[in-house]
Design a protein around this ligand. Structure first.
Ligand SMILES: [Zn+2]
Ligand SMILES: [Zn+2]
Length: 420
């Protein structure tokens, strides 16, 4: 046992001696089997976290930022990842020295190829527009909470030309405007009278740069739009209209630092196709923390009682509605089922710190009259009814005190006509 531990310590020491750097997978917090998407997502998160602009004068953060960029570059390229997996840091270093693969990039370049701009967050840098998206979520996801994914057509910096727009990556200064992006044009207003106007360079479109061979992927545009998956976590009980902000995840461009992607959660209309488990709760209506449901009873049930219903809630648990024999339910009656509404959102969620509380479920009863009845049954029923009413019945019309006949006042009628 003791030997084993010593041997392990030696191994660890050796490994550090040999590599002198932390394992790239560890560094990005991903597994050896991680997909490209997971690598990108890890880089996206960590590079923002450790960016020197966000951690001024923090040497540790700066070093991390550099290492994270290095790890990302090594793993995102198929060939260099294979070499790294097989031969580690040393192997990769040799491969680079022999001119294989991409040469090492400045960590700020890596960052700018991801988020656009010059690799910095600082104020002088132009910031791209925020992008607002509405994402439709079924009610049950608001109820249960869920981590899901959606896609949108995001503008990204072209990977092929790395945002230069040139097939060979070579960009020249525009010869027409000498790199200024603008030209001075003289207009003759009248003989001998000139006005000098500054105009955007028509040759380079104001960029001040020109390209001989356009990148075949982006056609010289430097950016491409493509479906981009975004991970979305809907917290349990999140309100409709909840806004989730993804820092610097909006459209990227070499000209600016990407703005924020702002996602607004919207409730999706329920539909039968989207309800494979036949959960009644799918069709609940939500109002804040409360839920609404309409239950239909037959005349017989409403009048004589002795019925039960099982409602399947959105997480599959059953809510039982029932009445004993002879318990009457009035049409339109609203029953409050306490604690069967929406979970109330709380920052701690359902944890040791907090027990989730729920709103109410309001069940409104609708009573349907039989529209088809055996003639004999109908006659008998009516006979019983009439007999009973004659004996002790209540005449609703008489009791209401309303007049038997309604008399129209002719002058008022005319007056109304005039107004029209
Ligand atoms: Zn391109
Ligand atoms: Zn120009």
């Amino acid at each position: 046992m003791l030997f084993g531990r010593t041997a392990l310590l030696c191994l660890v020491a050796l490994a550090q001696l040999a590599f002198g750097a932390e394992d790239y997978y560890n560094l990005l917090g991903i597994s050896k089997q991680a997909s490209d998407k997971q690598i990108k997502s890890a880089y996206r998160r960590l590079s923002k976290k450790y960016h020197p602009d966000k951690n001024p004068n923090d040497k540790t953060a700066h070093d991390k930022f550099v290492e994270v960029a290095e790890a990302y570059e090594a793993l995102i390229d198929g060939e260099s990842r294979r070499i790294y997996d097989q031969y580690g840091h040393e192997g990769l270093k040799q491969h680079k020295q022999q001119g294989g693969g991409q040469q090492g990039h400045d960590p700020f370049d890596v960052f700018s190829r991801f988020f656009g701009g010059g690799g910095h967050f600082n104020q002088q840098q132009r910031r791209g527009p925020n992008v607002d998206l509405k994402v439709k979520i079924p009610l049950r996801d608001f109820y249960n909470g869920r981590t899901t994914e959606f896609q949108w057509d995001k503008q990204e910096i072209c990977e092929r030309c790395e945002g230069t727009g040139a097939a060979d990556g070579h960009v020249d200064t525009c010869s027409s405007c000498h790199g200024h992006g603008v030209k001075l044009v003289r207009h003759q207003l009248a003989p001998g009278m000139f006005q000098q106007v500054q105009m955007q360079c028509d040759v380079c479109g104001g960029r001040g740069k020109s390209i001989k061979h356009r990148c075949p992927v982006c056609a010289g545009q430097r950016v491409v739009r493509k479906p981009t998956p975004v991970s979305l976590t809907v917290a349990r009980g999140a309100a409709e209209g909840t806004r989730l902000v993804y820092d610097n995840e909006a459209d990227a461009s070499p000209d600016y630092v990407a703005g924020d992607l702002v996602v607004t959660l919207v409730e999706k209309e329920p539909d039968y196709a989207d309800n494979p488990d036949r959960v009644d709760g799918t069709f609940f209506r939500r109002k804040g923390d409360d839920l609404y449901w309409r239950e239909v009873l037959s005349l017989r049930e409403a009048l004589f009682g002795g019925w039960s219903r099982n409602l399947t809630h959105m997480d599959g648990h059953v809510v039982r509605l029932a009445r004993g024999p002879d318990e009457v339910v009035q049409f339109g009656h609203v029953e409050t089922v306490a604690g069967e509404g929406m979970p109330r959102w709380h920052e701690d969620g359902d944890s040791v710190y907090h027990k989730t509380q729920f709103g109410n479920l309001f069940v409104e009863y609708a009573v349907v009259m039989p529209d088809q009845m055996d003639a004999k049954l109908k006659k008998e029923l009516r006979g019983v009814w009439d007999k009973w009413i004659k004996k002790n019945g209540v005449d609703l019309h008489k009791d209401s005190g309303r007049p038997e006949k309604v008399e129209m006042r002719s002058d008022q009628e005319e007056h109304t006509h005039e107004e029209l």
